[in-house]
Design a protein around this ligand. Structure first.
Ligand SMILES: Cc1cc2nc3c(=O)[nH]c(=O)nc-3n(C[C@H](O)[C@H](O)[C@H](O)COP(=O)(O)O)c2cc1C
Length: 359
């Protein structure tokens, strides 16, 4: 497997350490978070989402931050920004997106949730042609079938395997990482593909990262954890809710209700979004119409940070790992903590079996 080539493709990655990737999270992991994660020796993805109108200015601000960050300046000199950009392909306009990337080429693009996987073929070809192969293509998938289809039509540089615990949007029907990642690896292997797999979904700290690497992942993706990152763009009410909530298997739900109340249309049908259960959700379950629920949501928006909470209606997209997110830290602290705890977790596991058996 080409783990070593990852360090060649992204030379600022911390050597001899687990690869930590910051997920693109729409409107949250923007230039500051993406740059801070890369500067900490990980790979940060700036979220372009489905409406790419602000992408040129977001990339321009990332370029400024990079040019003033001593950890990254030398890596930006070849004209490629040492960050990635993540798209929600079902809604992102391809020519506008590529236009922004032409002005500010990046090390990697991340594709997610196209209307159909085959749509990504054109995106992949264009991204590679435009950068003469220097922009690497990452595709986030949620099933074995999607992984195979993406591999066959795009030959991506990386596949991100998104397991069922993930926060935000994902396929309604998919397995957790413990089964999904090895089955994806086996299926790809049988067809002769050698594509590094990154684990996304429920990886919040070192123990989860160690588990993912044991499953064969080349690195891990943090999403929910970065909701409590100093460089993320997030309302205090949202962040406080992330810190408050525990036991994500019961406190979060995977639903289309939050898209409905926020008036977001266009997600392909197979997707729902995981977030903390709140009043919008319980009212929908009890039969409230989308129109009424939307009105109440609009009213809650006027409450500012008080709009969040168990009795609130503002959406807290987060994964089942939310209970492990307990403190706001900088991107640098998060990356180095997860790397350190991952390595010590793997060492501890190994030591259990290194001991000489008693005779
Ligand atoms: C608040 C939030 C917003 C997200 N937005 C995006 C997005 O814009 N594009 C995308 O590809 N994935 C998005 N995701 C999903 C992540 O890519 C990733 O799969 C997920 O966060 C990993 O699981 P975790 O949240 O348990 O770490 C989002 C996730 C969250 C929690």
């Amino acid at each position: 497997m080409s783990h070593l080539s990852l360090h060649k493709d992204y030379p600022w990655l911390k050597p001899h350490a687990p690869i930590i990737v910051g997920a693109p999270m729409m409107k949250i992991t923007m230039s500051a978070a993406a740059v801070a994660i890369s500067a900490a020796g990980g790979l940060g993805f700036l979220a372009a989402g489905f409406d790419v109108t602000s992408l040129p200015s977001d990339l321009s601000s990332a370029a400024k931050l990079i040019s003033s960050n001593p950890a990254l300046t030398s890596h930006a000199t070849n004209g490629i920004l040492p960050i990635g950009v993540g798209f929600q392909n079902w809604g992102a306009d391809m020519s506008k997106s590529l236009g922004a990337l032409r002005d500010f080429p990046v090390a990697a693009v991340w594709f997610f949730a196209p209307k159909q996987i085959s749509d990504l073929e054109a995106w992949t070809r264009a991204a590679r042609e435009m950068s003469r192969g220097r922009t690497k293509v990452w595709i986030q998938i949620g099933t074995v079938a999607e992984a195979l289809e993406a591999a066959r039509c795009c030959r991506p540089d990386v596949l991100v395997v998104q397991g069922a615990d993930s926060g935000g949007h994902g396929l309604l029907q998919r397995a957790g990482l413990v089964t999904l990642l090895p089955e994806v690896a086996d299926a790809l292997g049988r067809e002769g593909f050698q594509i590094p797999l990154f684990a996304a979904g429920g990886v919040v700290e070192g123990r989860g990262a160690a588990a993912a690497l044991s499953l064969g992942a080349a690195g891990v993706v943090l999403g929910t954890r970065l909701l409590a990152c100093k460089e993320s763009v997030i309302a205090k009410g949202y962040q406080d809710e992330v810190l408050r909530v525990s036991d994500g298997g019961t406190s979060t739900v995977s639903t289309t209700v939050y898209d409905a109340v926020r008036g977001i249309t266009g997600w392909p049908e197979a997707y729902t979004g995981r977030g903390v259960a709140n009043k919008s959700h319980t009212d929908a379950l009890n039969g409230m119409s989308d129109a009424e629920n939307q009105e109440l949501y609009k009213a809650a928006m006027k409450l500012g940070d008080k709009g969040w909470g168990p009795e609130g209606r503002m959406t807290t997209y987060a994964g089942t790992g939310v209970g492990l997110v307990r403190e706001v830290k900088t991107a640098a602290e998060i990356v180095s903590e997860v790397q350190r705890d991952c390595i010590s977790g793997l060492r501890r596991a190994k030591e259990r079996f290194d001991a000489k058996p008693r005779l």
